[in-house]
Design a binder for this molecule. Structure first.
Ligand code: TYD
Length: 136
């Protein structure tokens, strides 16, 4: 797939003076059935998270609160996405390296994933990733 499949998804917003609401339904608002949700919070300033790719798992990354950057790399191209709205999600396809950085204080990174946690789905070494994504 690669970076060209990565994209920002703008979710619906149900605006209300008493507070806004964004619903996300699997296979409708995101291009996969949601099997798992996790969130990152209390990230100390300057920390970098991620640093891996997934062989089969697709994800959507959302700045549910605050802001952070996601840097994607498909072995050829790199792109930086700045997430700072609760109604935007970044679709990350399979076999794309991701790093999350520049977390604002108090930010919450919500991740929707297409499968359960499977350690064997991770590629955690950038050299292994480059070999696997672009075999010579
Ligand atoms: P990891 O995916 O390496 O974190 P990040 O990419 O955000 O820096 O996960 C950190 C730890 O949490 C690792 O020991 C695996 C565990 N973990 C789970 O048990 N379940 C999950 O769904 C996730 C995402 C991580």
């Amino acid at each position: 797939m690669g970076l060209e499949a990565a994209r920002i998804i703008e979710f619906r917003r149900i605006a209300n003076p008493a507070g806004n609401l964004t619903p996300i339904e699997g296979s409708t608002d995101v291009p996969f059935d949601i099997a798992r949700v996790y969130y990152l919070y209390d990230v100390p300033g300057g920390e970098v998270r991620g640093g891996h790719a997934h062989r089969h798992i697709q994800q959507v990354i959302i700045a549910a609160s605050g802001s952070f950057d996601v840097v994607l790399d498909d072995g050829i191209k790199r792109a930086r996405f700045m997430l700072n709205r609760s109604y935007y999600g970044l679709y990350v396809p399979t076999m794309v390296w991701r790093e999350l950085e520049n977390f604002s204080s108090g930010s919450v990174c919500l991740v929707l994933a297409s499968d359960h946690y499977l350690e064997e789905d991770y590629i955690r070494d950038i050299h292994d990733f480059r070999k696997e994504v672009r075999p010579q």
